[in-house]
Design a protein around this ligand. Structure first.
Ligand SMILES: Cc1cc2nc3c(=O)[nH]c(=O)nc-3n(C[C@H](O)[C@H](O)[C@H](O)COP(=O)(O)OP(=O)(O)OC[C@H]3O[C@@H](n4cnc5c(N)ncnc54)[C@H](O)[C@@H]3O)c2cc1C
Length: 512
């Protein structure tokens, strides 16, 4: 695949514009054979309660040794009780163990990283953290936009090794640490698939708990809508198997509330979908038709058959111009009619038009830019469009990307359609709050400093009158946590009170 093609397919991915997806798995080549816990105890601090997330990484690197306290956690005893491993800052392999996908968060150094080998380890880690008053954050694929799966002065619980899979009677059972490409490659053997996002290394847990949008969203719903049951460890250390008929309030709350809020999920069961051939279409228009394309795409998002999905990319180019394109997919296996329908809504033929048909796994690799990819720095945010934008709002949106282009800031607005099956509440309920929304806009920049933040802020401002809130899987610094939950906020507060009454799962990004 040429660089241009790779760049194109990456930006075709729902959230992957200009980024690619990377593997934040432990790359340490020489991990020590057994845990080498330090006898020195860490200090434990709980971040102050806040309803607004911070605007900078939540800690600076700690260079001093942990403080010994009279209630020092006994890391040796804890480590020897586990099948998995504990990494303290002094342990070989710690540097790789604590990393996330985005290098931006490398400076956040947890007191310890626990790599759980099984659900019992998860229970032990939760009990240990609670007893020792350590903040605990779960980590699956490590792709959190704000580094929510790492924590300074706390315990990072990595479930990445819980990645076993089995399939029977249409149902996939998968450990919470599995990555998306591995899930698709496994299901492909059975002629089955799952609606997911496109990045091959995103973790199934983080994606599912926050919703999970991708090419199948309109035909089969969100990833969370396909969950049949979950294994979850709550703040009291108890293991639950939740479903529509067992602790259904926790089941529904977990489907869309975002990771890290209500417990540590150890496994999922999903109702799979057929792995069919997919008809792709890619249409490009000149910048002069940008407003007509946005307007036409909105009509398309409202009226296209539920078998059709297409996301709109408005990219700032380094020469100061805009690139405008739609990457679409028809689950019927032929995208010809959908492409023509989109052109008719736009009112102009595309200046470039590509149609192709791909098998399930070809499509997964095409959208993900391969089977894995390197870590990537970026800054991003989102707005959920409650309905079609009016002409002035479209002008504002285009102006925000244009301003970035003129300033030489790499920037994209990526509009993912909702609707179809995603507009329907799944059996068993969910907490995904955006069933009636039109689309999600992601504001994405591979620059990470002030220029990227300016672009994102301009984007928010431009669409304010059409925005219902944000998508929790694109969680962002400096934004009220409640803005991700819409009308589900009360239901989630009730679940939080019931299943985590002492607010054990507590960071600036969680419900409180
Ligand atoms: C390159 C890239 C591409 C993306 N593409 C898409 C896309 O196409 N569609 C889409 O919808 N989203 C997409 N996303 C967003 C992605 O869904 C979220 O970032 C998601 O939360 C990542 O999950 P993770 O397990 O990899 O991350 P993590 O950082 O491990 O976890 C994310 C959150 O979930 C919590 N968590 C992790 N594991 C567990 C667990 N076992 N139990 C409870 N809580 C847990 C963490 O504490 C954290 O708060 C993309 C993100 C990136 C970086």
């Amino acid at each position: 695949m040429s660089l241009l093609d790779r760049r194109t397919v990456l930006i075709a991915g729902v959230a992957v514009t200009l980024a690619g997806c990377g593997d934040s798995k432990d790359s340490s080549s020489t991990p020590s054979p057994s845990p080498t816990p330090s006898a020195t105890a860490p200090s434990s601090t709980t971040p102050p309660p806040s309803t607004t997330v911070p605007t900078t990484p939540s800690s600076t690197p700690s260079t001093s040794a942990p403080t010994l306290t009279s209630t020092a956690p006994n890391w040796n005893t804890f480590a020897s009780s586990l099948k998995g491993r504990v990494y303290l800052p002094s342990t070989s392999g710690y540097a790789a163990a604590h990393q996330l996908f985005n290098p931006r968060w490398d400076s956040v150094r947890p007191t310890a990283v626990v790599k759980a080998a099984n659900p019992a380890d998860v229970q032990k880690a939760v009990n240990f953290a609670r007893t020792n008053k350590l903040v605990l954050v779960p980590k699956s694929g490590g792709h959190s936009y704000v580094g929510a799966s790492t924590i300074a002065n706390g315990l990072q619980l990595d479930v990445g090794a819980l990645k076993g899979m089995s399939y029977a009677n249409g149902v996939l059972t998968v450990g919470a640490g599995a990555r998306l490409y591995d899930v698709h490659a496994f299901l492909d053997r059975y002629g089955r698939s799952l609606p997911t996002g496109t990045c091959p290394t995103v973790g199934v847990a983080g994606l599912t708990l926050g919703g999970g949008m991708g090419i199948h969203t309109r035909t089969y719903g969100l990833t969370c809508d396909r969950v049949v049951s979950m294994g979850v460890v709550t703040a009291d250390g108890k293991a639950h198997n939740v479903s529509a008929t067992s602790e259904s309030d926790l089941f529904a709350a977990l489907r869309g509330s975002g990771g890290g809020n209500l417990g540590v999920v150890t496994s999922f069961q999903f109702a799979t979908i057929p792995a069919t051939k997919l008809g792709f279409f890619r249409l490009t228009w000149p910048e002069s038709q940008a407003a007509a394309v946005v307007n036409g795409w909105q009509k398309f998002a409202q009226s296209a058959p539920t078998t059709v999905w297409g996301n709109l990319h408005i990219d700032a180019k380094s020469n100061g111009t805009l690139s405008i394109r739609v990457l679409g997919v028809s689950t019927t296996g032929d995208g010809t009619a959908a492409a023509a329908q989109l052109e008719s809504f736009v009112g102009a033929k595309a200046s470039a038009r590509t149609l192709s048909v791909k098998s399930h796994l070809e499509a997964v690799q095409y959208l993900g830019g391969g089977t894995t990819s390197p870590r990537q720095g970026f800054l991003a945010g989102s707005d959920v469009l409650k309905g079609p934008m009016d002409a002035a709002t479209i002008t504002g949106l285009l102006g925000a990307v244009k301003a970035a282009a003129r300033a030489g800031t790499p920037a994209s607005a990526i509009l993912d359609p909702l609707g179809g099956q995603a507009a329907k509440e799944p059996a068993g309920g969910s907490s995904w709050p955006w069933r009636s929304a039109l689309a999600v806009i992601q504001w994405y920049s591979s620059a990470q400093g002030t220029s990227a933040q300016t672009f994102i802020s301009n984007g928010h401002r431009a669409v304010r009158s059409s925005s219902a809130g944000g998508y929790v899987n694109y969680v962002e610094s400096g934004r009220a946590v409640s803005s991700y939950y819409g009308a589900s906020a009360a239901k989630l507060q009730a679940a939080k009170k019931k299943y985590d009454p002492a607010n054990f799962f507590h960071t600036p990004y969680t419900l409180s």
